[in-house]
Design a protein around this ligand. Structure first.
Ligand SMILES: Nc1ncnc2c1ncn2[C@@H]1O[C@H](COP(=O)(O)OP(=O)(O)OP(=O)(O)O)[C@@H](O)[C@H]1O
Ligand SMILES: [Mg+2]
Length: 240
């Protein structure tokens, strides 16, 4: 295993990441020297108390925010110093987001929300519609193509966000509390969907407070006070 790992480039490699927020004079170290790597196809849960730096970590991994110090190699490329267009290009090609705060366009239909990343990717109108429809069918929303977010349940909206994360065929899916406000059954549906995607080879990193949700992952990274305090791996497959 170690031999294989050393030969392949990890999808994520962060080294000594520090993120300092300047909140009204007193600097806050939201991330305080974080180092880890994630191999292609891993399914990783990020856990830790409120304020421990989980979302800050995800925003960094998602190239939505750049670290104050340290380096971030995404699929072998140092992205920690990129800005503007380069960063949006990386986001578009490599990443799918399922973020609660990174939400759907309220006035757009499910189909248009899902097709949006394809607009930036320069895909033609008809093709966009076809791909978006396929992605929505994939997440079980074939009957909700023309619904707007406020006409859908929380779980359905989350599935639209997952469909949107799928259309660009990005290798890495980042999810910050994807089951946050969902009931148990809907959470299970979402986690089964992410598990399927993981089996197809997508790398998934998700933040959760709930041990029951973290169980779906094969590895747990625990944060506390901006530091990575534990890195736990499960060898055996979860029986379904
Ligand atoms: N934009 C910001 N400006 C200043 N401080 C911030 C900012 N964003 C986060 N912080 C601070 O950084 C620390 C880490 O925040 P972060 O959002 O990463 O925590 P979290 O682990 O995701 O918490 P939660 O479980 O509540 O979502 C917190 O102390 C928070 O107050
Ligand atoms: Mg958070």
């Amino acid at each position: 295993m170690a031999d294989l790992e050393s030969k392949s480039i990890p999808i994520i490699e962060v080294r000594d990441i520090v993120k300092i927020y300047d909140s009204g004079g007193s600097p806050l170290r939201a991330l305080d020297g974080v180092t880890f790597r994630i191999e292609r196809g891993e399914f990783v849960a990020v856990m830790g108390p409120s304020g421990s730096g989980k979302s800050t970590m995800m925003n960094t991994l998602g190239c939505l925010d750049s670290p104050t110090e340290g380096s971030y190699f995404l699929d072998g490329r140092d992205v920690s110093k990129l800005s503007g267009d380069d960063l949006s290009e990386v986001r578009n090609k490599k990443l799918g987001f399922v973020f609660q705060g990174f939400n759907l366009l309220p006035r757009a239909t499910a189909l248009d929300n899902v097709a949006l990343p394809l607009v930036y990717a320069g895909v033609s109108g008809g093709e966009r519609k076809r791909i978006a429809k396929e992605a929505l069918e994939r997440v079980g929303l074939a009957s909700r193509l023309t619904h707007r977010p406020n006409q859908m349940s929380g779980g359905q909206q989350q599935r639209v966000a997952i469909a949107r994360a799928l259309v660009c065929k990005a290798p890495l899916i980042l999810a910050d509390e994807p089951t946050g406000n969902l009931d148990t059954q809907t959470s299970i549906d979402i986690m089964n969907l992410l598990t399927e995607l993981s089996k197809e080879g997508k790398t998934i990193v998700l933040v959760t407070h709930e041990p029951d949700i973290a169980k779906y992952a094969k590895r747990v990274l625990r944060f506390k006070d901006g530091k990575l305090t534990a890195d736990e791996r499960k060898e055996q497959d979860r029986g379904e």
